[in-house]
Design a protein around this ligand. Structure first.
Ligand SMILES: Cc1cc2nc3c(=O)[nH]c(=O)nc-3n(C[C@H](O)[C@H](O)[C@H](O)COP(=O)(O)O)c2cc1C
Ligand code: SF4
Ligand code: SF4
Length: 262
């Protein structure tokens, strides 16, 4: 059996989970590829896989807008494609998996399983006020990934039995869900404040532009940010020289990625 995992990840937490799912699937005898949909946006051949997984970080209590940027590139499938969803969050995913599942169903994917993993928050606004101290530091740890094994076994069992069932994600009633619904890309961009690039620090490596899911950065020759920015903080967190600052955080609260190597 062949599997593809399309993993959108701004700072690596979700990627750790994707790689662990892939390892577990390989151990179950599957052939699996993990693809970064921002750097490799190739979705032409999805129906040739036995199962396709989609991963995203949670942002504003729902799938990151980057997930929708990715989904916009995925064609509606001609035949039903078995699928699974997974997300990481700083402990408040609320209805992220349910929302992902609905969006994928509209593209003719049959979502059969879902997995939430808690991780250190990469949201600099929270981190600068001490979110780091709230027991999330260093997550995901090995213990947070223990659920990956049973999750994969459940998927493989269903695929082998050919008795595929649509997973029901119960709706979690929460005011955060309602707040999240109102937080569009424009609101998240505004919440970042104004981004600036320190030209003395910027080495014009293009990492920020290449990793921007919204394609909102052009190098002329220093980064310029367009109104298409979805406020994901990937460029701010990921700049190797910390050249990007914002009016909200200055240069504080950057997240440098998970402790667990992929
Ligand atoms: C703008 C922004 C909003 C976030 N919103 C939430 C949230 O609503 N709930 C939550 O639990 N974590 C939230 N987070 C934390 C991320 O979901 C979490 O750190 C995730 O593991 C990042 O994954 P990645 O490294 O794969 O991008 C947010 C992070 C950012 C940058
Ligand atoms: S990632 Fe940082 S150093 Fe590289 S081009 Fe962007 S701002 Fe400059
Ligand atoms: S410009 Fe930066 S914050 Fe905005 S969408 Fe691109 S990577 Fe995310």
């Amino acid at each position: 059996m062949r599997g593809l995992i399309s993993c959108y990840s701004t700072t690596g937490n979700t990627r750790v989970v994707a790689e662990r799912i892939a390892t577990e699937m390989s151990e179950q005898g599957m052939e699996v590829v993990v693809r970064d949909p921002v750097r490799e946006p190739d979705f032409d051949d999805l129906s040739s896989y036995d199962v396709v997984g989609f991963g995203t970080p949670t942002m504003a209590w729902k799938p990151s807008w980057g997930f929708y940027e990715v989904l916009g590139l995925v064609p509606t499938q001609k035949k039903l494609v078995p699928s699974f969803v997974f997300c990481t969050s700083g402990g408040q995913p609320i209805n992220t998996l349910r929302t992902m599942s609905h969006s994928l169903t509209e593209k003719n994917f049959l979502v059969i399983e879902g997995l939430e993993v808690t991780a250190e928050t990469n949201w600099p606004v929270a981190r600068q006020f001490g979110e780091k101290a709230k027991g999330l530091v260093g997550k995901p740890e090995e213990s947070d990934l223990e659920a990956v094994g049973p999750f994969v076994q459940g998927i493989v069992r269903q695929l082998e039995s050919k008795n595929l069932r649509s997973k029901v994600f119960d709706f979690k009633v929460s005011p955060l869900h309602l707040i999240g619904k109102r937080a569009g890309p424009k609101e998240l961009r505004r919440a970042m404040g104004t981004k600036k690039v320190d030209r003395k620090r910027c080495i014009q490596c293009a990492a920020c532009a290449v990793g921007c899911a919204a394609r909102a950065i052009s190098l002329r020759p220093y980064p310029i940010f367009s109104k298409h920015c979805i406020g994901c903080w990937a460029c701010y967190n990921g700049c190797p020289t910390e050249a990007i600052t914002t009016s909200v955080t200055g240069g504080r609260g950057r997240y440098k990625g998970p402790a667990l190597a992929v």
